[in-house]
Design a protein around this ligand. Structure first.
Ligand code: G3P
Ligand code: MG
Length: 243
């Protein structure tokens, strides 16, 4: 089982201070001494893995419409920083393979979230991620792969038995333990807004590490720790880590 040594994971990078899921947001985490980052992986029209959260491009770029209808070349023409602040103008979309290289060079830990767009087939996304992640001992100690999508995570687990996994829940679900056992999960990643003490106890008592998203205030952080969370995902991890 992967050990999550630190209590705060930068959610989409330090997304409160830089455009989410961009290299600037991940570099900021490194600068602040945050060792773990989370990011979302989606698939372009030509089946290339890119780092982006939404199904549509509108909120976080100067492009519009579904990401899945744009080629990588077209996505690379977009500006993924100006929407956040003028100083980030010209920030480009990240390819998974470049980000992995950067993480490896900087010895960063990461939670890769498989982001399934309900309008397209998820199999090529899972296959591409499985093929892109290097088969190294470094990876096994630095990577956690998660998804809200049970079938996609199960398929990934069959392709890459070497990679630690987390099941990702919005609301507590009835048969979560079957899913966790089926993929041999290390962690159960829960939404803070829907997390109950009873569910947190069930997760911890069953031997899983409890991870909680998205925790941005010291009060929420304290509550999550009191529920025996191993770690939380935060948009402003450097603020929570302050003594
Ligand atoms: O993995 C935790 C969190 O990122 C899940 O929700 O929507 O922010 O990707 P979301
Ligand atoms: Mg995510």
């Amino acid at each position: 089982m992967i050990a999550i040594p630190q209590q705060v994971i930068a959610h989409r990078g330090i997304s409160a201070s830089a455009p989410e899921n961009t290299l600037s947001a991940f570099k900021l985490a490194k600068q602040h001494g945050i060792e773990w980052v989370e990011f979302d992986v989606s698939l372009s029209l030509d089946r290339e893995c890119v780092i982006f959260h939404d199904d549509d491009l509108d909120r976080c770029s100067n492009l519009s419409g579904p990401l899945a209808q744009q080629s990588l070349a077209a996505l690379k023409q977009g500006d993924f920083g100006s929407w956040f602040a003028p100083e980030y103008a010209g920030e480009t979309i990240l390819e998974l393979k470049s980000l992995i290289q950067w993480l490896q060079t900087n010895d960063m830990h990461f939670n890769l979230e498989i982001k399934v767009d309900p309008n397209i087939a998820w199999e090529p996304l899972v296959e591409n991620i499985a093929a892109t992640l290097p088969q190294t001992s470094w990876l096994r100690e630095h990577c956690l792969v998660s998804s809200f999508h049970p079938a996609a995570l199960l398929a990934f687990s069959r392709l890459r038995e070497d990679v630690p996994l987390g099941i990702l829940l919005d609301e507590p679900m009835q048969h979560w333990q079957d899913w966790a056992e089926g993929v041999n999960a290390s962690t159960v990643n829960c939404n803070y807004d829907h997390l109950t003490t009873a569910f947190a106890n069930d997760v911890v008592d069953a031997g899983y590490q409890l991870l909680v998203y998205t925790v941005n205030t010291p009060e929420q952080f304290e509550t999550a720790l009191s529920l025996h969370a191993t770690a939380v995902f935060s948009d402003n991890p450097e603020r929570l880590m302050q003594p």
